[in-house]
Design a binder for this molecule. Structure first.
Ligand code: NAI
Length: 337
């Protein structure tokens, strides 16, 4: 079969070699590629015809993942790099760097509890990105995203390579959760649903805007509270169900692949690619904020303002400001301590 639809519309492209020749060559590096998210994310990006070269890096375990995935007969050439001494090689020439490296939550932990370990991991990986692929777009998945993105920004500033239009915190999982829960609650076809999610990526800082959901259907106060809370606690739902064996990996890999694809489309000049992402922002007074951005050939091309918010959402916005601001400062202070 020459043309097929995979993953509910994630990759609708012709797999035939003749069409591949017209698609730009794009190298994607995944740092933390042997982990719970890294492995399925590597698989999904190997299936994506926009990727010509997939570079899999981890401190251990990447050789096997790379060998395994490399046998799939799709466009991307796969290379595995293991150990810090090979990080530079893994990053060289990357157009997009995706970072899911770090420890995940266990039951009872907040994302902020991961800060001590993951802050250092993100700092050192971003220092290597600044050195070896300073022009790449960077997608940060490692939690706490509310702090790890400001950490990355400070590292890039110190290295003199910071471009706020190229640094993204991946919050796509919050968006796909909001879509799924809204569709299920209102009995809507899930593929037709969209819900912007703004703010940050932890607890009450995750603010789904059901007043702007597409399609619009009447929603009661109780339903709104239920849907908002379930979106905010979606990660914890998975952590508890996995009972000590980590956090969301498969849905996160899907979300990460979706966002990476949006970045690649933007780089390739595809028009009107719009996603929510946690980025350096002046949409509110908070210096990093997730909202809708348009992706282009240099990263962020356009910021969208929040649009009209309901009273409930305005209250949510006020509530999240303090926590989000503190998480940002914590990340920034970490780099300068
Ligand atoms: P995992 O423990 O299964 O995998 C993490 C991988 O990172 C491991 O293979 C490990 O060897 C690697 N690693 C550790 N230090 C490294 C370093 N210095 N350089 C390169 N690789 C390194 O964890 P999992 O489940 O894949 O989660 C990864 C991160 O993603 C966690 O911080 C988790 O909280 C976060 N996450 C983010 C979400 C989001 O929506 N942004 C959703 C779910 C998880």
């Amino acid at each position: 079969m020459a043309s097929r639809r995979i993953l509910g519309g994630l990759m609708r492209r012709d797999f035939a070699t003749s069409s591949q020749k017209q698609i730009a060559r794009r190298k994607v590096a995944i740092l933390g590629a042997a982990g719970g998210i890294g492995q399925p994310l590597s698989l999904l990006l190997k299936l994506n015809p926009l990727v010509s070269h997939l570079s899999l890096y981890d401190i251990a375990g990447t050789r096997g993942v790379a060998a395994d995935i490399s046998h799939i007969n799709t466009r991307a050439e796969v290379e595995g790099f293991e150990g810090e001494e090979h990080l530079g090689e893994a990053l060289k020439g990357a157009d997009l760097v995706v970072i899911p490296a770090g420890v995940p939550r266990k039951p009872g932990m907040t994302r902020d509890d991961l800060f001590k370990i993951n802050a250092g991991i993100v700092q050192s990986l971003c220092a290597a990105v600044a050195k070896h692929s300073p022009f790449a777009l960077v997608n940060i998945i490692s939690n706490p995203v509310n702090s790890t993105v400001p950490i990355a920004a400070e590292v890039f500033k110190l290295a003199g390579t910071y471009d706020p239009k190229r640094l993204f915190g991946v919050t796509t999982l919050d968006v796909i959760r909001a879509r799924t829960f809204y569709a299920a609650k209102k009995l809507l076809p899930v593929e037709d649903v969209n819900v912007p999610v703004v703010g940050g990526h932890a607890g009450i800082t995750i603010l789904p805007l059901f007043s702007q959901a597409v399609p619009q259907v009447p929603i009661s106060e109780d339903e709104l509270v239920y849907l908002t809370k379930r979106t905010q606690d979606g990660g914890t739902e998975v952590v508890e169900a996995k009972a000590g064996k980590g956090s969301a990996t498969l849905s996160m890999a899907y979300a990460g692949a979706l966002f990476a694809e949006a970045c690649l489309k933007g780089l390739n000049g595809v028009k009107d690619v719009v996603e929510c992402s946690y980025v350096a922002s002046s949409v509110t007074e908070i210096p990093f904020f997730s909202s809708k951005v348009q992706l282009g050939t240099d990263g962020i091309e356009k910021f969208f303002d929040l649009g009209p918010l309901s009273d409930y959402e305005l209250q949510g916005l006020e509530k999240l400001k303090e926590e989000l601001s503190k998480s940002i400062e914590k990340g920034q202070d970490y780099v300068h301590q």
